[in-house]
Structure formats: structure tokens, C-alpha cells
Design a protein. Structure first.
Length: 83
């Protein structure tokens, strides 16, 4: 298990796969199977050097959001959130 964090974001990983994050002061547990963002880019003619994940996170109030997170150097950041 590892924890990586950036300003305003903390992500927990197990086996290299995210299982939880704190975003804007709220903890979200991963409630689906995370998808590597690079997997969605298969078939592109110019592959990108991209480390990222898309997954659904659910907080303690059972509010769910989809998160796209990406690694920027040594830190992780939220690229997009879908309500």
C-alpha cells in the first residue's frame, strides 16, 4: 500500500491501483474498477507518456463522482471530476 499526495489531493494505492482519495477535504472510496487513462488512448498514432486513472469515488454521504487523476512528476492531481 502506498499513499501519494499533491496539493489538495491524497491518493491511496494498493498493488499500483487507487482505492481511495481525499479531494477538497472529503474522503472518497473507489467504488468501481479503475481504468488506466492510457488504456483509453490505445490506437492513437502518437502515444502519450501519461500516467492516470479514471474511477468512481463515493463519499461517506453516498455521493458518487467520477474522477480523472493524473501524475505530474512526483505528484498526483485531479484533471477532471464528473458529478
Amino acid at each position: 500500500m502506498s499513499v501519494l499526495h499533491a496539493t489538495g489531493l491524497r491518493v491511496w494505492f494498493e498493488g499500483g491501483v487507487p482505492y481511495g482519495l481525499v479531494w477538497e477535504g472529503r474522503y472518497y472510496r473507489v467504488t468501481d474498477t479503475p481504468t488506466r487513462l492510457a488504456d483509453e488512448l490505445v490506437g492513437m498514432t502518437h502515444p502519450l507518456d501519461l500516467q492516470g486513472w479514471r474511477f468512481q469515488g463515493t463519499d461517506d454521504d453516498e455521493v458518487s463522482r467520477m474522477f480523472d487523476i493524473r501524475r505530474f512528476g512526483e505528484e498526483w492531481g485531479v484533471v477532471r471530476v464528473y458529478d
